[in-house]
Design a protein around this ligand. Sequence first.
Ligand SMILES: [Zn+2]
Length: 187
Amino acid sequence: MARHKVLTLWNEEQINGEETRILRTPCSETPVPFDAATAKAVRTLREAFLEREDAAGLAAPQIGISRKIIAFRFRNFDDKDPAARKEDCEILVNPRITQKRGEPVVAEEGCLSCPEIRVEIGRYPEIKVRACDPEGKKVSRRYLDFAARVVQHEMDHLDGKLIVDYDGSIFVPKKRQNFFEKFFREK
Ligand SMILES: [Zn+2]
């Protein structure tokens, strides 16, 4: 199976300058009704996401597409059976949070674009989102808890924001402590 490359801020040796630039660039709104390029971007993101069984979500800029599109799953993500989440993929285009409720809940998050580390981040436990579905139809959705966290994380990507931008505790593998100390000092 052809793997789509997910861009990362760093690799095992160094900071990825060019990939960082792409991941840091805020995405533009996708014109509605969708043009052919958007329809293709939606298909590509879905494919790239379904290849990854290790992620709850993926945003278009992570695969180098600078459009406001996110893919995510939450229903079967806790299942240990990868087959159960094979087709589990929600897509939102031009998502916009219209309501946040409750006090932010802190939990650890990882990100395919920030490999090896986890960061504690506070996210609202309930959000309402307006967006377009993969066909370009307007939808209004409400997400709770884990799903709300995933959607907030993916939407950050559309603004060029990543988990390293939050102030919460950071967990890094011991053997890579020097690398990440330097990274966070120079960030
Ligand atoms: Zn991420």
